[in-house]
Design a protein around this ligand. Structure first.
Ligand code: NAP
Length: 259
């Protein structure tokens, strides 16, 4: 990153966003972060001096706008957006889902990404036009569920599949302004939240962790516990690329059973 670079990272209270913020914050002049929850406990109450948290529900456009306004007011430009907002939230078959839950999953995984892309493109393209910056990068977290069947997760898989196509459209529209839009599509990542659900499954099935993990990794060629930190290298590549756009990088450990 060049000196003076500014990033927005969303979903920083979650497992992947938190790892990205921790690794990236020394590489930027200023980072603006967002999630509904505060992230004070993550920094032991001491935020890095170059980080500002803008709490808010990012399924609401005024909150997305406020996040970008804060960054533009303070720094005048945004070079990078990494969007880690998302989650499958609810499980069930299509017949079982109530439509409020479907709307909620679509909002968290797709509506928020659409609005984040919209505001990012607006400010990055303005920045390029006004010669404040020469390019921009947007990276979204998709999911392997966009291409495979994750049992009981239809709304999530559908939202992530649509997010993948949003990336293609955004890359097409932003190319002439030198703004690159890409995605990372991981398989199951062993975050703290997922560790809690593994423990729950161990109790429900009265079994050991090994058996639960074995089921999770059974369709992967590399069969290992993917950690948030394993995604840092590819995130940095797509955060800084000048030659890749409209691409979704599958970080699936060679998972099979995909469309
Ligand atoms: N972990 C995996 O196995 C995995 C696999 C494939 C793809 N992914 C994708 O990778 C991204 C990060 O996943 P993760 O595992 O780090 O998830 P996570 O631990 O559940 O974190 C999700 C993040 O999204 C934020 N968020 C959720 N709803 C929000 C809302 N309405 N407004 C603002 N922020 C909201 C949460 O913050 P608040 O709750 O504080 O708002 C949190 O920071 C997600 O898009 C996820 O779908 C994860």
């Amino acid at each position: 990153m060049t000196p003076g670079s500014v990033a927005i990272i969303t979903g920083v209270s979650g497992g992947i966003g938190r790892a990205i913020l921790k690794a990236f914050h020394p590489r930027f002049e200023r980072i603006f972060t967002a999630s509904r929850r505060d992230i004070a406990e993550f920094w032991d109450g001491k935020y890095p001096s170059n980080t500002s948290h803008v709490p808010g529900d990012l399924t609401i456009e005024s909150n997305v706008q406020r996040l970008f306004d804060r960054a533009i007011e303070k720094m005048g430009h945004v070079d990078l957006v990494v969007n880690c907002v998302g989650g499958s939230l609810v499980s069930g078959t299509i017949k079982e889902f109530n439509m409020e839950d479907v709307d909620r999953v679509l909002a968290v995984n797709l509506r928020s990404a659409f609005m984040i892309t919209k505001h990012a493109l607006k400010h990055m393209e303005d920045g390029v036009k006004q010669d404040i910056q020469d390019s921009g990068n947007i990276v979204h977290f998709v999911s392997s569920s966009a291409k495979k069947i994750s049992h009981g997760k239809a709304p999530y898989g559908i939202a992530k599949a649509a997010l993948a196509h949003l990336i293609h459209y955004a890359a097409f529209e932003a190319a002439e302004s030198n703004v690159n839009v890409n995605g990372i599509s991981p398989t199951y990542v062993f975050t703290a939240r997922h560790e809690r659900s593994i423990r729950k499954k161990m109790n429900e099935r009265n079994t050991g962790r090994g058996e639960v993990v074995e089921r999770i990794t059974s369709s992967q060629l590399l069969r290992k516990e993917l950690q948030p930190e394993d995604l840092l290298e590819v995130t940095w590549l797509l955060a800084t690329t000048r030659v890749i756009t409209g691409q979704i990088y599958n970080c699936t450990l060679g998972e099979i059973n995909s469309y």
